[in-house]
Ligand binder design. Structure first.
Ligand code: DX5
Ligand code: ZN
Length: 230
């Protein structure tokens, strides 16, 4: 077996339910249910109606969520000028923050800002954006988030071209010996987790693939199995 495959097998898969698809009227209960069902992270989507054509939740909601779960909170900022809000999100309880490369002219600088705030630094990339700048700055980050749908809405279909981008990014970070998580976000369901994992993803965001389904534990367990069996 090639060394790359062995490395892939050792990398722990993490399942990150996106609460964008949760029932917001019962948000605390929904989060406790995915926590009990074996989720590793809570993915928290923030939208500003400008970087993406939709609005979602923000700092006060994160602050409330922080009080009712022990899971790490993985904030995905789909907003312009994310640097302005980092400190507020960290104070509210974020453990990792993803900022978009499309709105960050200086990636090493924003990564330093995040690490100085004591959180895991992550950079997100849209489907139509070339990965060059993200790859060049990879050593400054703890995680790279590859969007596999156009950001802004839950429940869209996985864009297949994303697989090649995941593979390119994973190959480069492995070749350079970097310990960087690769998160895939959008359209992830039980039946495509293995494809994303084989391309190098090890953190799997899923919103509509988990919330609203009858048995969260069964889905998360099944996703983890597909993410790990390579
Ligand atoms: C899309 C968000 C995703 C979304 C995923 O803009 O960043 O996190 O909630 O939802 P599904 O899994 O339904 O595509
Ligand atoms: Zn997201």
């Amino acid at each position: 077996m090639p060394a790359g495959n062995l490395k892939q097998m050792r990398r722990a898969a993490k399942i990150a339910p996106s609460i964008l698809s949760a029932d917001f009227a019962r948000l605390g209960d929904e989060i406790q249910r995915v926590e009990a069902a074996g989720a590793d992270l809570i993915h928290f989507d923030v939208m500003d109606g400008h970087f993406v054509p939709n609005l979602s939740i923000g700092i006060p909601v994160l602050e409330s969520v922080r009080k009712i779960t022990r899971l790490p909170l993985d904030a995905h900022l789909m907003i312009d000028d994310p640097g302005r809000y980092l400190e507020a999100f960290v104070k509210a309880g974020a453990d990792s923050i993803s900022v978009h490369v499309e709105v960050c002219p200086d990636l090493p600088a924003i990564a330093r800002q995040m690490r100085a705030l004591g959180i895991r630094a992550s950079v997100a990339i849209n489907p139509e954006t070339a990965p060059d700048r993200v790859i060049a700055a990879a050593e400054h980050f703890d995680m790279i988030l590859v969007m596999s749908v156009h950001p802004g809405f839950g429940g869209q279909g996985f864009i297949p071209e994303t697989v090649a981008k995941l593979r390119t990014i994973r190959e480069t970070i492995d070749r350079r010996g970097l310990e960087v998580d690769l998160e895939v976000d959008g359209g992830i369901k039980i039946d495509n987790v293995a494809t994303a994992a084989a391309a190098g993803a090890n953190v799997f965001v899923s919103g509509s693939g988990i919330f609203g389904k009858p048995d969260y534990a069964a889905i998360i367990t099944e996703m983890r199995k597909h993410a790990t069996l390579l």
